[in-house]
Ligand binder design. Structure first.
Ligand SMILES: N[C@@H](CCC(=O)N[C@@H](CS)C(=O)NCC(=O)O)C(=O)O
Length: 240
């Protein structure tokens, strides 16, 4: 059984998609980042970087519980555990690794910063808005070029690279990405979206989000976008 300790953000959803694709037995354990659950001593044992997602595999390597943080590493682990969605052929495998790490290093951080400065920053800082939007648009062009040259993002098979990129790519409407200008990207996006496991994720994610939002009612929430207390929160939780 895989316990997914998470919130259905794009980083959480990529693991949900993989779990649905592989058919592994799994359950979602809500880590309510709006309530600061990521800063509890218990959660830090799973994810020392106080971020979601984390997993616990109750039947890990060599038997017994094994815990992991970092969504890209989790996808890789689940692919090796099940022998699915990471090709055995060496060239394809290395191609998939490149596109998985491209997502982790560029798509996630840059789209995340664009979303922050467009929608959540208290001050409207034009320099930051331009910097991260320009970079996001450039990354959509990289994705469009890749989808022109390859059926799937990693290689000619659907893999963990596609699952990693898809939940972030769902924000394409916010960046003004059109079918006319990014036809290859849209062809790829619609192919991923049509998969039954992805459709199950796309239905489940808002349901879990609604349940977690309801759980915040009447409770003290942290401001996720104000990071000034986070080092102190981590230090305090680390003492226990
Ligand atoms: N590189 C990490 C990034 C994880 C991450 O940034 N998670 C965010 C949600 S998508 C989080 O836990 N935020 C909580 C916080 O900022 O306190 C991964 O892919 O797992």
């Amino acid at each position: 059984m895989i316990e997914l300790h998470s919130t259905p953000t794009p980083n959480g959803q990529k693991v949900m998609i993989m779990l649905e694709e592989t058919g592994l037995e799994w359950k979602h354990v809500d880590v309510n980042i709006r309530l600061g659950d990521q800063f509890t001593p218990e959660y830090l044992k799973l994810s020392p970087n106080n971020r979601i997602p984390a997993i616990v595999d109750t039947d890990g390597p060599g038997g017994g519980r094994y815990t992991m943080m970092e969504s890209g590493a989790i996808l890789w682990y689940l692919a090796e555990k099940t022998g699915k969605f990471l090709p055995k052929d060496a060239r394809k495998r290395y191609d998939v690794m490149q596109w998985l790490i491209f997502q982790m290093a560029h798509v996630g951080p840059m789209f995340g910063q664009a979303n922050h400065f467009n929608n959540y920053s208290k001050e409207k800082i034009q320099y930051a808005i331009d910097r991260y939007n320009n970079e996001s648009i450039r990354l959509y062009r990289v994705l469009d070029n890749r989808a022109r040259d390859s059926e799937w993002m990693g290689c000619d098979e659907y893999t963990i690279a596609d699952m990693a990129i898809y939940p972030w790519a769902k924000l394409h409407g916010d960046r003004g990405i059109t079918e006319a200008e990014y036809p290859n990207f849209m062809r790829w996006f619609n192919a991923v979206k049509a998969r039954p496991a992805v459709q199950r994720n796309d239905k489940m994610a808002p349901e879990i989000r609604a349940r977690m939002n309801a759980a915040t009612e009447g409770k003290q929430m942290i401001n996720l976008y104000d990071t000034k207390d986070n080092a102190a929160r981590l230090a305090s939780a680390s003492k226990s």
